[in-house]
Write a protein of this length. Sequence first.
Length: 282
Amino acid sequence: MIGFIELIRASGFAADVRQVKLVRHKGDDLDMDQLRNEGWFETYQCFQSKPVFDGCTHIVSVIGEDATASRFVGIYEVQGSTTASPALLPEHCPYTQWGTESRVFYTLKKCPGFEDLEDRVVIDWGKGALAWHQWLTDRTIMEIRPRGRVLAPFRDFLRVHLSFEDLGNLATQPTAHKDWVAALSAVGGIYLIVDSMTGAQYVGSATGSGGIWQRWCDYAKTGHGGNLRLHELCREDIARARHFRFSILETFSRSLARDEAIRIESFFKQKLGTRVFGLNAN
């Protein structure tokens, strides 16, 4: 079976692997895919607490998933480094702590030509999962996902945490995400939408033949799904929906009576205070 180095070589990577590091990003306090969706991932990667990229001509970046699975997201040329400072942060960057002068700033340039592999190739990081940067040696390719695939495999309803961009990718690329479509279509449930700008929450419910999948497709199309206060936010700022994040609080049969679903929904609204402090109008 083809190895990872052979695969990127076939796509045009010609650097000496002895000067290349493989870097696995899996922050405990930051969601890497959310950083990418919001445009801050590459900034995050440039600022390091130690000179970990010294001696490298390139880094190969992956995002850690379950266990040792690691999803390829790009190759970057290391063009230089300097002492970090707040002045090196892009305008409006919310992560001001990255620019402290005790850190190192690397100038990294993304290499073109690997777009077809991004978010599709999943490699096995191996036993040294705690060592998040290593000199590049070959890795086993665990999976090559379908074109258009963005999300990791569906695992569990309570672990669902999707950005609005993720939701759009699901809705526009259902064939590439058959596992997600099947899971979300199979159940009704109570879901939570959080506005990541303010922390305000909205609780909703989904029943009927399409389950949660059909209801969330409405949000993917409009951003607000017809909900009053979400609609008001989107009317004030057409791009506001990109800050919404979607999760599932409880699942039940799609055939559950609507009155019972509303009763459960009301319980969660009361429990989370979303009528008084959140985005539920009723």
